[in-house]
Write a protein of this length. Structure first.
Length: 285
């Protein structure tokens, strides 16, 4: 039997974690297919040795075409890094349903579709690794981030089930849970709120404060010093896919460890009390 393909397909490489991961793996000698909705943004990665493809994880035809291109060239996608995703903030009642659906389409359904597409060839070669980018936010919930956290809770549950289902075929499933990462992620979350969530009504003050707090955390908040650059996540992903038997979960950055531990310690009512000290509670004034 020929050696299995270990070609890596990374989604969401136009910036941040996806870009850093593709660049690091290519530099270390992996065959990397870096993807983005607009492949014109991937010129620097192509120069770094990546092969580039257009891939929109909300479009079935686009996903099928990207996977087919890798399989035709390499035999199989050996490693899938499901990185594409974004944050949508706002009080549950105030976020338009089309934005809720879009959030799940990218963060959850795209991840599932990509996984389903690569698994047949992984099973056939009896080797593969699927890395799902979750978040420390898959282990607790901040007010105003309910829909984003829900997508990451879903990623955690899907990954846990999948890990059991495919291990017998020689396929590992890894969850990576970054804490605060200094990328455009916080800026995108704030833009999603200010641009698409109503600025008036019973949640106006709350939504504004959540946007302010989100921007502050990523720029100069108390937790910012416990964060890290995208490269810190890329290093963990490289370590996980290089391991003969990777761990099911990898926490990245001290902020993830601190906040997850705090959530466990405080339990539900204690966490709610801590959140009331940071966010205005709608309807309480």
């Amino acid at each position: 039997m020929p050696d299995p393909s270990k070609a890596v397909l990374v989604t969401g490489c136009s910036s941040g974690i996806g870009r850093a991961t593709a660049e690091r793996l290519a530099t270390l000698g992996w065959t990397v297919y870096a993807t983005a909705r607009t492949p014109e943004t991937l010129g620097a990665l192509e120069s770094a040795g990546c092969r580039t493809l257009a891939l929109d994880v909300t479009g079935e035809a686009s996903m099928r075409a990207a996977v087919r291109a890798v399989e035709e060239a390499e035999g199989a996608v050996g490693v899938l890094v499901n990185n594409a995703g974004y944050s949508q903030s706002g009080a549950i009642e105030s976020v338009p349903m089309e934005r809720v659906r879009a959030q799940f389409e990218t963060n959850v359904f795209g991840l599932v579709s990509m996984t389903q597409l690569v698994l047949p060839k992984m099973r056939e070669q009896r080797w593969g690794k699927i890395v799902n980018l979750s978040s420390m936010g898959g282990r607790f919930t901040f007010p105003g981030g309910g829909f984003y956290h829900a997508t990451k809770y879903a990623v955690e549950a899907i990954s846990d089930a999948l890990r059991f289902e495919v291990r017998g075929f020689g396929i590992d499933v890894v969850i990576v849970e970054p804490g605060l990462i200094r990328t455009s992620f916080g800026e995108a979350a704030v833009h999603g709120m200010t641009g698409e969530v109503p600025s008036d009504g019973p949640y106006a003050d709350f939504n504004a404060r959540v946007a302010q707090a989100t921007a502050g955390v990523y720029e100069n908040g108390a937790l910012a010093r416990f964060g890290g650059p995208p490269g810190s996540v890329a290093k963990v992903i490289e370590r996980a896919i290089s391991a003969r038997r990777p761990r099911p979960r990898y926490l990245v950055t001290p902020s993830a460890r601190v906040l997850i531990a705090q959530r466990k310690l405080l339990r539900d009512r204690g966490w709610d009390a801590a959140m009331r000290r940071q966010f205005p509670q709608p309807g309480s004034s």
